[in-house]
Design a protein around this ligand. Sequence first.
Ligand SMILES: NC(=O)c1ccc[n+]([C@@H]2O[C@H](COP(=O)([O-])OP(=O)(O)OC[C@H]3O[C@@H](n4cnc5c(N)ncnc54)[C@H](O)[C@@H]3O)[C@@H](O)[C@H]2O)c1
Length: 92
Amino acid sequence: MKKVLITGAAGFLGSHLSDRFLAEGFHVVGMDNLITGNMDNISHLFKEEHFEFYQQLIALRKAHPAFRMPSTAMIQKYGKTKGTEPGRIRKR
Ligand SMILES: NC(=O)c1ccc[n+]([C@@H]2O[C@H](COP(=O)([O-])OP(=O)(O)OC[C@H]3O[C@@H](n4cnc5c(N)ncnc54)[C@H](O)[C@@H]3O)[C@@H](O)[C@H]2O)c1
């Protein structure tokens, strides 16, 4: 089964992306620090076997300012790179 990591999963775009990827048969790992997101947006997903969620800040300390405050969901495949398991975000 393919897996996706959706950051900002509790936001508007992220919650809809989570719906879509689950419907497409993916295992979805959602992360969100809930700064503007709302758990109500994803509460219906917790019954799904293939949805897991982590309240997690996703930020790179030395990132370009444009990337310090992601306002939308970014998707990246994970699982093939060591250290990218859920809840084990590597610090730079
Ligand atoms: N019904 C509608 O049409 C509707 C409803 C809501 C929003 N909108 C539109 O959607 C757009 C906003 O949607 P969006 O999904 O981009 O924004 P969003 O704020 O809904 O989602 C961004 C998510 O990222 C999270 N986040 C931000 N920084 C983070 C970080 N460093 N680490 C982890 N999580 C982090 C936030 O908590 C939030 O859940 C706007 O244009 C808005 O007008 C439309």
